[in-house]
Design a protein around this ligand. Structure first.
Ligand code: SAJ
Length: 468
């Protein structure tokens, strides 16, 4: 731990540009964090930024949310949440207590003692990192930063982003690390829709571009999170996050490959993985599915492989997982096509009902959802595709899904007629509110990609059932 420095500890030349009243950044910031007078700024109020800023506000910190999207700022200032894991009741309470305000005016960054960047890190069409959101946020901070600010990046990105990209942006404005600002990386670990793990009880990894940065950032998160894990640098923290999510992508890919293998062997994939999962150590179950969706797992491994390639290292695991996972929609369409063919029906002209389109159960998020690819592929084969999803009212198709017509689809009520009229029902997302026994009573053919149908329901089903 750094001893408490006094001004007299410095030689005159080191203090000539600081008036006697200036204190070191670390002492001033820690004091403000400790007595909750530090003003917290969060750039990006999505599924990461909104839960985070509400957590700080509930702890009594005056917090300012920065957004480019005015609909988000007006929703928040009206006391309404648009994120499944954040209640409007909490947003309204923070706003009413004057602990939370959202704005599109980035000049207010100057009033913040802490600035946390929670912006998207998507991929370009070339599967290379799209750093535009981080650069824009960094540029806004450059415009308004002042002495004694702690700046933290939470967006998932390649190792080196914080110290190679952001730190020079702030230094070129004449600020120096530790003297004028602190800079750290702390990965977000939000698991949307997970009732057990929310911001306060998910361990937080923190790594700074300097020891002071690590120390103060860890001290900050310690105010809202039960368990803070400090690491020696921002790069280590960046790499840890990518390892976490690449681990998932590769193991999901393994589960998907096992599904194809088990199908070829004529054995039940889900029974196999359930049996393997009885091993109390050295195994972690992952499950096959129609592909991987979400803002992280399909994208994050490419940040790692992109950076690795810059250092002459080609990660085969990442590309193999990508090959397997990204072709699962094709595999699901193959299963449906074969099953329709056995019923002497062509996909062309068939009515196909997609049950559940969100990228995972009981949430409304469509980002990278494999259902989008499945619908697109079926439409390309001439099928008349429609969907029911209790969480998603409308599905639009961007440039990535243009094999089919690409027209938007709207949620259909799950009536008896809708199910009966379908030549094939494909369960893409196993949302809890759906009555699967009823679906099995009314449908003629079901492709279950999520093991949504229990053995009992399957046993009583009138429909033919095909499973992953
Ligand atoms: N999936 C499978 N089989 C599995 C697990 C997941 O097919 O065994 C699919 C899901 O259906 C989904 C995709 O993979 O389409 C991603 O699933 P996910 O559970 O990883 O969901 P995310 O992306 O919302 O959340 C993940 C976090 N999830 C968990 O740890 C359970 C975590 O990896 C990160 O905190 C988060 O992404 C993030 O933001 O990085």
């Amino acid at each position: 731990m750094r001893e408490e420095l006094e001004l007299q500890d410095f030689t005159p030349s080191e203090t000539e540009h600081f008036p006697a009243t200036e204190t070191m950044v670390i002492d001033e910031l820690k004091q403000k964090i400790a007595d909750r007078t530090a003003r917290i700024g969060v750039i990006g109020l999505g599924y990461v930024g909104l839960p985070l800023i509400v957590e700080f506000s509930l702890k009594g910190y005056e917090s300012v949310g920065f957004e480019v999207d005015e609909t988000k700022t007006s929703e928040i200032n009206a006391g309404r949440s648009y994120i499944v894991d954040v209640t409007s009741e909490n947003v309204a309470k923070c706003v009413a207590d004057n602990k939370l305000v959202a704005t599109t005016d980035f000049s207010k960054l100057a009033d913040c003692d802490v600035i946390i960047i929670c912006v998207p890190t998507p991929l370009r069409k070339t599967k290379d990192p799209d750093m535009s959101y981080i650069l824009t946020a960094g540029g806004e901070i450059q415009n308004y930063m002042r002495r004694s600010q702690l700046i933290i990046l939470e967006s998932t990105t390649y190792p080196g982003t914080t110290d190679e990209v952001l730190q020079p942006m702030f230094e070129e404005k004449g600020f120096s690390l530790d003297e004028d600002f602190l800079l750290a990386f702390s990965p977000e670990r939000v698991d949307p829709g997970n009732p057990q793990y929310q911001t306060h009880n998910i361990p937080k990894v923190v790594g700074g571009c300097s020891n002071d940065s690590t120390e103060v950032a860890a001290f900050l998160y310690g105010q809202i999170v039960n368990d803070v894990h400090q690491v020696s640098s921002a790069r280590v923290a960046e790499a840890a996050k990518l390892w976490e999510n690449t681990f998932r992508a590769i193991n999901i890919g393994m589960a998907n490959e096992m599904a194809k293998l088990c199908n070829a062997l004529g054995i039940d994939t889900w029974e196999v993985v359930r049996a393997a999962a009885t091993k109390p150590f050295g195994f972690m179950p992952f499950y096959p599915g129609p592909g991987i969706g979400g803002h992280c797992i399909p994208l994050d491994p490419h940040y790692l492989s992109w950076k690795a390639r810059q250092h002459g290292f080609d990660s085969q695991f990442i590309s193999l997982a990508e090959q397997v996972n990204s072709t699962m929609p094709n595999y699901v369409v193959e299963l449906a096509t074969t099953a329709l063919n056995e019923a002497r029906k062509a996909v062309n002209g068939s009515k196909i009902l997609i049950l559940g389109v969100a990228y995972k159960k009981d949430i409304d998020d469509m980002r990278e959802s494999p259902a989008l690819s499945i619908i697109d592929l079926l439409r390309a084969d001439g099928a008349d595709v429609y969907y029911h999803d209790p969480f998603v009212e409308e599905v639009t198709f961007d440039h990535a899904y243009t094999i089919g017509a690409g027209d938007p689809l709207y949620n259909q009520g799950l009536t008896d007629e809708l199910i009966r009229n379908a030549d094939c029902v494909i369960i893409c997302t196993e949302h809890s509110p759906i009555d699967y026994a009823r679906v099995c009573d009314l449908a003629s053919l079901i492709v279950d990609t999520r093991n949504a149908l229990s053995p009992e329901i399957r046993g009583n089903s009138k429909a033919k059932i095909v499973r992953l």
